[in-house]
Design a protein around this ligand. Structure first.
Ligand code: F0G
Length: 371
């Protein structure tokens, strides 16, 4: 260990060693989290994701606003779920759990599979058959989870796993497990630590409504601890075909291209409404076309590849851009990486510069290049 450290310090600049030294979010925010010295920390060094300015999106709004994206797709399993899963699995291990279970539209299952594996537990994941993006399914399978694809949607799967966890010795790691939200609130801590205060608006996609609840918890806790002077307005965005909170009633058959948020009866519905009301924010629905438009815009104008559900935050911001106050500082949370859903990327790229079946000669290539 000592050898390793001195070897590193000789090769790396102080800045590099600082980067190498990110300890994962439980260690970074230990005093704000429900852990003790006895908690066995199960970590993949999640958190510390970049906050990236997106000037092309700010330009579309004008009025000197500043827009950033919190690129949580850069977590170890490619989504914000790692923030909650490191804590949920650590606490499950502390309690002696041998197995965990979750329902998932994909990302929770990938994170549960990876962290359970590291914690030495079995992971059972229930997914809606045929509605999970390819990258997420690939992850759950490769991490070795026991994958149960049900002929039903996420809401039905969540009902089943809640019931199984009640009747059998298996720990539930959906966001109804309070440790999930405790871990996810660190996203808000990182925003304040980076910006020096809370933003004016936090734009966030809403599915099961855990993440918006967790961010609000994080901002409130930091505010109480005098780490920030203000609180942001919480602006939640749902896909139009899966917008129970916007409509005010559960949706029996939710549908959207953003499969991660294809949810009709969110578990944290009430808490999300509380966060919206307390922050004077709002909930707005965005159509699949608006989501895909923002998804392409982020990739082609900013070089940022997120998954469709994540783009709902930017689509929503652009939809209500006339409400943005002059000079406002806005953060959109990009919850998952674009590589999670390669099918949607290929189908909806609108890139007509894709030439296939070209003869393998310089002439043929140069001709297509227009040279
Ligand atoms: N964005 C992505 C990429 C997600 O995977 C999810 C939820 C959300 C946004 C919405 O977050 O549920 O806290 O409101 N995915 C869950 C899953 C449901 O199973 O992976 P939320």
């Amino acid at each position: 260990m000592t050898l390793e450290l001195s070897y590193q310090s000789k090769l790396l600049s102080p800045y590099q060693s600082k980067l190498q030294g990110w300890p994962g979010l439980i260690e970074a925010y230990r005093s704000y989290l429900p852990v003790t010295e006895e908690t066995p920390v199960v970590s993949l060094k999640e958190g510390n994701t970049p906050l990236i300015p997106v000037p092309a999106i700010a330009d579309k709004i004008g009025r000197q606003v500043e827009v950033f994206v919190k690129y949580d797709g850069l977590n170890p399993t490619g989504s914000f779920k790692d923030r909650g899963m490191t804590l949920a699995i650590s606490k499950a291990k502390e309690a002696g759990a041998k197995a965990v279970i979750c329902a998932s539209t994909g990302n929770t299952s990938a994170a549960a599979a990876a962290y359970a594996l590291r914690g030495g537990m079995r992971a059972f994941v229930l997914i809606p058959d045929g509605y999970v993006a390819l990258g997420k399914l690939a992850q759950a399978l490769l991490y070795g989870a026991e994958v149960l694809a049900i002929k039903g949607n996420f809401d039905q799967a969540l009902q089943i796993v809640k019931d199984v966890a009640k009747k059998y010795p298996v720990t539930l790691v959906n966001s109804v497990n309070p440790y999930r939200l405790e871990g996810q609130k660190t996203g808000a801590f990182e925003l304040v630590d980076t910006l020096g205060d809370a933003p004016d608006w936090l734009c966030i996609p809403v599915g099961n409504a855990g993440n918006i609840t967790a961010y609000w918890m994080g901002f409130c806790q930091y505010h109480k601890s005098k780490k920030c002077d203000r609180l942001p307005k919480m602006m939640g965005f749902q896909a139009a075909g899966a917008a129970p909170i916007v409509k005010g009633y559960p949706i029996a058959h939710p549908e959207t291209v953003a499969s991660a948020i294809r949810i009709g009866n969110p578990a944290s519905w009430k808490k999300a409404i509380e966060a919206q009301k307390a922050s004077q924010g709002s909930f707005t629905a965005v159509t699949d076309e608006e989501i895909l438009e923002a998804y392409r815009l982020l990739a082609s104008n900013e070089g940022i590849f997120c998954e469709p559900a994540s783009a709902a935050s930017v689509a929503g911001l652009l939809k209500i851009k006339d409400q943005v106050p002059r000079g406002a500082k806005i953060v959109c949370v990009l919850t998952g990486h674009g590589l999670k859903d390669p099918d949607v990327a290929i189908k909806h790229s609108h890139n007509d510069h894709f030439s296939q079946g070209i003869e393998p000669t310089t002439e043929a290539v140069a001709k297509i290049m227009g040279l």
